[in-house]
Design a protein around this ligand. Structure first.
Ligand code: MCN
Ligand code: MOS
Length: 762
């Protein structure tokens, strides 16, 4: 648990909600003072390393660990022969199979690189050396390498991800203008700067886990359930996270291995997952493919969308990367049909990667809509405005707020879209072809109950306390701003404590739901604390404000007094002193009144109480429109993104500086997805070959152009208590199609398979 003191910055309004306060924890991070999970100084540490399968499917017949056990410093070898005695935990949605054993080092091998053994030694180097001495004999079984493997099959239709209205096939057949195309995306990986791993320590039956986490409460719950100990006995600590992007929302098998080893040895254990092992400890974005048919009138009115999509999953769990997530809500269409299939292959189960579902889905529909525009000879901006969705045709509900039209028009204006010349290959600068493209994006508003505590200390400092996490998005900062505003104090008077499962329950930092959810709780707790202080100040015999005759008090400029500057006023420490209090603590949550203790526990530790975008009266989403300019070298086929302008509707922005950074971060990841990122699978053994940051390419500074971001949102109080919609993921959605569309405009060549590498252009 760490208390942060912000650097003073700018004027006072920066510290209020809506201000451009710089990052609370930024200085700690750049000076190296922030402690990450693998850096905690714990006495008597032993070091664990994972041993991975070298076959894609089959069985471990035997493991010969004799040489490893005899190697210097080795304390223990764990294999499938060990009885871990763990039980399968509740899944995200609150379901738990009864008494099912959880086996973190399985005998059945389900993918290449699956952890099948672990070595624990006095030092990391000794454990690494000994791990190389382990000999495994396998019985290999046939495997399915990837979605492209001819043995992969069709997969099962996922009903809850399929939808239809009208008669899409008939309307398509009758449409005078038609396009049909298949789009595919490869496996993509998180490659966060901080790799996975953890430090674990047992004190009798109390477990402390230092692990980067997007959800301290949910992960603590899993450890407790695995080991059959009360939730209260687990403490998961995660004040800083070096990027998660979806990969750090759940406890993974290596966590069980480390915690089990620590208990068995009676010593704390550290397990650092290597960079290559990151590619198989948690799956990245699943490979997808989708076919889209669009039917339209001669003047470009959409008549029908027929969508068929598929994504890969593992052989032992279903992660659906929904290719039909954005398809039904971007355009007005009376006839629609979408079906998604999930195809099991021998891979680690894929997972959430920034903008899951929406991202590959937008790639499909936003590429297809421009293909249709070119077929019609229509401007890509015009076709989008012409088919603008006036409501959500899928749920039938009105939008809460949808300023996608403004995003398109203001983005186009800032980009200079009107200067475009329509024909492909018609814009050039010497030997460089120039192309412009648009891609729209969307991400649902998701809400979850949260809790927060406010503590006012005798010295006037205000503490905001929550188990929520900050992986770089800005949670510390926006919580401080919210409290500063409610108490009318400078943000430098506020401390924020986060990232500890023992602290008040919180929404996951996932699905772009944390900011809106947690600020609701913080605002509620802070307002309640302020009301309590007002009550005391007006009634306490020792309060100098008692005889003012006022019925309320104002908090502003660091002082508390009667409205409009009349009469006496006090600073927060003066008031606390007068009241004879050295602490005032208030805790509030956003669950319905009268929720039971069990409902509280369920609310913070599972997804059972999460509200989706259409569960209320409205359909609620964030929206964006990206405008990309690419420059393609005609001789070499190299593509450079030379300019991006992106306009967003994310409702009210709690901190525009942080939001702009979130949007740019998403756009940068989108550029990587469009041009560079691709997990390459060796079909012979189902290995991801480029499982390191040398070969798995992500964008660097030199790949990134000037990115202009624009906000067109207005407060949306259906979406959250303070009027904001989600920000963290929408930025990546729609970038890849904007770039693919720009590449087509530049070259006349349509690449329908990401990433757009030069060999696909020649
Ligand atoms: N914000 C705001 N106004 C709003 C909404 C958000 O000012 N109306 C700002 C705040 O600074 C807030 C941030 O945007 O802290 C993100 O808020 P939100 O959209 O609610 O997203 P979450 O806090 O739930 O964060 C998770 C989201 C997801 S799901 C991924 S994936 C992702 C992302 O955030 N991973 C990230 N952004 C990331 N940023 C960093 N640096 N590292 C990651 O791993
Ligand atoms: Mo974000 S992929 O929902 O953690």
């Amino acid at each position: 648990m760490t208390i942060m003191e912000p650097r003073k910055h700018g004027d006072a309004s920066d510290g209020m909600v809506g201000g451009r306060q710089t990052r609370f924890e930024g200085q700690l991070k750049v000076t190296g003072a922030a402690t990450y999970a693998l850096e905690y100084p714990v006495d008597g540490l032993a070091h664990a390393v994972l041993v991975q399968s070298t076959i894609p499917a089959g069985r471990v017949v035997s493991i010969d660990a004799s040489k490893a056990l005899a190697a210097p410093g080795v304390l223990m070898v764990l294999t499938p022969d060990d009885d871990f005695g763990l039980t399968v935990a509740t899944d995200w949605y609150g379901n738990r199979p009864e008494n099912q054993p959880y086996i973190p080092l399985p005998r059945e091998v389900r993918f290449n690189g699956e952890a099948i053994a672990a070595v624990v030694a006095e030092s990391r180097e000794q454990a690494d050396d000994a791990a190389r001495l382990i000999r495994v004999s396998y019985e290999e079984a046939p495997h399915v390498a990837s979605l492209d493997d001819p043995k992969a099959g069709e997969g099962a239709v996922t009903d809850n991800l399929s939808s239809a209205w009208g008669d899409a096939e008939a309307a398509f057949a009758a449409a005078p203008v038609q396009i049909e195309a298949e789009y595919s995306t490869p496996r993509e990986y998180h490659t966060a700067m901080e790799p996975h791993g953890l430090t674990v320590k047992w004190d009798d039956d109390q477990l402390t886990v230092w692990e980067p986490s997007q959800w301290s409460h949910g992960m603590a719950r899993t450890y407790a359930e695995w080991f059959g100990i009360p939730y209260e006995n687990v403490r998961l600590i995660s004040p800083f996270i070096g990027g998660g992007f979806g990969s750090k929302g759940a406890v993974l098998a290596y966590g069980a291995v480390a915690a089990f080893a620590a208990r068995k040895l009676g010593r704390p254990v550290k397990l650092a997952v290597t960079r290559p092992q990151n590619f198989t400890s948690y799956g990245g974005r699943a490979a997808t493919r989708q076919t889209i048919k669009l039917g339209a009138t001669e003047d470009g009115v959409l008549q029908s969308i027929v969508h068929r999509g598929a994504s890969e999953t593992s052989t032992y769990a279903v992660w659906p990367e929904q290719t039909g997530a954005a398809t039904p809500i971007l355009y007005k269409v009376e006839n629609f049909s979408s079906q998604h299939r999930v195809v099991p292959v021998n891979t680690v189960t894929p997972g959430a990667l920034r903008g899951p579902g929406k991202n590959p889905s937008a790639y499909g529909i936003e590429s297809a809509i421009e293909e249709l525009a070119y077929k019609l000879g229509m401007d890509p901006l015009e076709i989008r405005l012409k088919n603008y969705a006036d409501r959500d045709y899928q749920s039938g509900k009105p939008w809460s707020t949808r300023r996608l039209r403004e995003a398109l028009t203001e983005g186009a204006e800032a980009f200079g879209w009107s200067q475009r010349s329509h024909a492909p290959r018609s814009m050039r600068d010497g030997k460089t072809l120039i192309g412009w493209g648009i891609g729209c994006g969307t991400f649902p508003v998701i809400q979850a109950p949260s809790e927060a505590m406010i503590r006012i200390l005798g010295n006037g400092r205000v503490e905001v306390v929550s188990g929520a996490i900050d992986m770089g998005q800005g949670t510390y900062t926006i919580l401080a701003q919210t409290a500063a505003e409610v108490f009318g104090v400078p943000v430098s008077q506020v401390d924020v404590k986060l990232g500890d499962s023992r602290l008040p329950g919180s929404a996951i930092a996932g699905g772009s739901m944390l900011a809106g959810s947690i600020l609701g709780a913080v605002h509620k707790a802070a307002t309640a604390a302020r009301d309590e202080l007002i009550g005391l100040a007006l009634s306490d015999a020792n309060s100098p404000l008692r005889d003012t005759g006022a019925n309320t008090l104002a908090f502003s400029d660091g002082r508390i007094g009667v409205q409009r500057g009349e009469g006496p006023s006090l600073t927060l420490p003066e008031l606390m002193a007068a009241l004879g209090r050295d602490e005032l603590e208030t805790r509030r949550n956003t669950l319905p009144d009268g929720a039971t203790a069990q409902e509280h526990h369920q609310a913070w530790t599972t997804m059972a109480k999460v509200q989706g975008p259409t569960m209320g009266d409205y359909s609620m989403h964030s929206w964006c429109a990206h405008f990309a300019e690419v420059r393609v070298d005609e001789d070499f086929g190299t593509v450079r993104v030379s300019r991006m302008v992106s306009a967003f509707d994310c409702g009210r922005l709690y901190n525009p500086r942080l939001v702009e950074s979130q949007w740019r971060g998403g756009i940068i990841m989108g550029i990587g997805q469009a041009l560079l990122e691709e997990g390459l699978v060796d079909q012979r053994n189902a290995r991801t070959i480029n499982n390191n940051v040398g070969d798995y390419l992500v964008p660097t500074n030199s790949d990134i152009p000037d990115i202009q971001v624009i906000s067109v949102g207005v407060p949306d109080y259906n979406a959250s208590a303070l009027g904001g919609k989600g920000v963290g993921e929408v930025g990546i959605v729609g970038v890849a199609p904007a770039i693919a569309n720009a590449v087509f405009h530049a070259t006349g060549k349509r690449v329908r398979d990401l990433p757009i590498t030069l060999e696909k252009l020649i």
